[in-house]
Design a protein around this ligand. Structure first.
Ligand SMILES: Cc1cc2nc3c(=O)[nH]c(=O)nc-3n(C[C@H](O)[C@H](O)[C@H](O)COP(=O)(O)OP(=O)(O)OC[C@H]3O[C@@H](n4cnc5c(N)ncnc54)[C@H](O)[C@@H]3O)c2cc1C
Length: 396
């Protein structure tokens, strides 16, 4: 029986070498002796004897942004995670790039010293299930990876489970940290960020989709890199991308990369001390602050629910802005909550906001009970008006 080609010591057998073994039988692997073949597979899976089994080969999957050439921020975060893991495990690192043209992206990764693989061409410029899944599969096969890290972007989240399935692998998502020196331990949160779990797995290849914002971006530098093109055959696809439609300039209020999360609570629409509501004024103040700070806009559930209850609402808020147990858990260095009570189902969505401040009229609100670093017991209307007045000239 032929020994599998391209099997460097410590890595998994070449999964493309389907002719080398008999399902259910044994096969001879050079350097490892006679090994059992998994009955369900036509090729060898997890055959390496103890000690060798623990040795990993790491692949980081990345993709370009809408320019078609530059890697996305989330991809560069995955590169950071891959580099750290490769160093810790003393394992070989490959980086796979999916892009129309991978030259610029590969050059920006030259200093990593990783093996750079790419699937390129116009077909891979646009996110599309068939082409992205084929590209990722080709890269995984070329790298013979046991651990595959990928950014949890919408583009790769759509295809990663299918690629893991095609490779008889296993996938975990929303990974925030990867630890362990002997074995790989991935961490993620469950139950709306209330329980943190550490996941070890024996299954390989193991795909880990990384939560955006959980790692620093790799500082891409200039260099000259050698790329190995993977033959990413363009599969049959019924999907043709005819163009992109983006929200009008300024209409987008959710900004995941913003330094500040500004949260509006239901208090903005409540009757104020003079007995009147001031919803249009509230809208102007909130939009004014967003304009001068480029903050991301979050909301309490009560405020976005008001639309369905027939009350006057802030027209630029939707349920996508909702932070909390039944909303989003964004990552920002700072957060400012206004006119919001700070109840637990809301505050649980602030898990990853590093520095928290709140403005509320209620000195007994939830924020004052240890949930915010600083609470201003004040009327948010004049406070934000004053803030806008201070910020506007500073920006112009
Ligand atoms: C299963 C479940 C899931 C939930 N999930 C979520 C979730 O994902 N996200 C979420 O947000 N909520 C969630 N909730 C609801 C949550 O418990 C609260 O009801 C909600 O967050 C309260 O919103 P609020 O603070 O904006 O409104 P309110 O409770 O009405 O508080 C308004 C606050 O504004 C203050 N205020 C009024 N006027 C001013 C002013 N001029 N200046 C300063 N302060 C002022 C008031 O003092 C008050 O503290 C959930 C509840 C349940 C039961």
């Amino acid at each position: 029986m032929k020994s599998p080609p391209n099997w460097p010591p410590g890595s998994e057998p070449n999964r493309n070498a389907r002719n080398i073994c008999t399902p259910g039988g044994d096969t001879w692997i050079e350097g490892y002796g006679l090994q059992p073949v998994h009955p369900a597979h036509k090729y060898i899976r997890a055959l390496a004897p103890e000690g060798i089994q623990g040795m990993e080969s790491i692949l980081v999957l990345t993709h370009a942004d809408e320019t078609g050439a530059t890697l996305t921020k989330a991809s560069l975060e995955a590169v950071t995670a891959g580099l750290a893991l490769a160093v810790r495990l003393s394992a070989p690192l490959s980086i796979g790039i999916v892009a129309a043209d991978a030259t610029a992206a590969a050059n920006s990764l030259a200093s990593t010293g990783a093996r750079l693989l790419a699937v390129t061409g116009e077909a891979f410029a646009q996110p599309r299930f068939a082409t992205d899944a084929a590209a990722c599969e080709a890269l995984c096969r070329a790298a013979n990876a046991t651990i595959v890290l990928a950014p949890g972007s919408s583009r790769f989240t759509r295809v990663a489970a299918a690629v893991a399935h095609r490779l008889n692998g296993f996938i975990d998502t929303h990974i925030t940290t990867i630890a362990g020196t002997e074995a790989v331990e991935a961490t993620r949160w469950f139950y709306r960020q209330r329980i943190e779990a550490v996941l070890p797995r024996d299954a390989r290849p193991w795909f880990l989709l990384l939560a955006p914002g959980a790692h620093a971006s790799f500082a891409a530098g200039a260099g000259s890199a050698q790329i190995e093109q993977s033959p990413g055959t363009r599969p049959e696809s019924r999907t043709t991308v005819t163009g992109l439609r983006s929200p009008q300039q300024g209409a987008q209020t959710i900004r995941p990369d913003a330094k500040l999360l500004f949260v509006a609570g239901a208090g903005w629409t409540k009757k104020q001390p003079a007995g009147q509501t001031h919803v249009p004024e509230a809208a102007d103040l909130i939009l004014g602050l967003l304009g001068s700070t480029s903050a991301s806009l979050g909301s309490s559930k009560s405020l976005v629910d008001q639309g369905g209850e027939g009350q006057s609402v802030l027209p630029f808020l939707t349920h996508l802005n909702q932070i909390g147990q039944t909303g989003a858990t964004p990552r920002h260095p700072k957060g400012l909550s206004t006119c919001c009570h700070g109840e637990e189902p809301h505050v649980v969505g602030w898990r990853f906001i590093a520095e928290r401040r709140a403005i509320s009229l209620d000195p007994n609100c939830g924020w004052t009970r240890g949930k915010a670093d600083v609470v201003y017991v004040a009327d948010a209307f004049p406070v934000i008006a004053k803030l806008n007045a201070l910020l506007t000239p500073a920006k112009s």
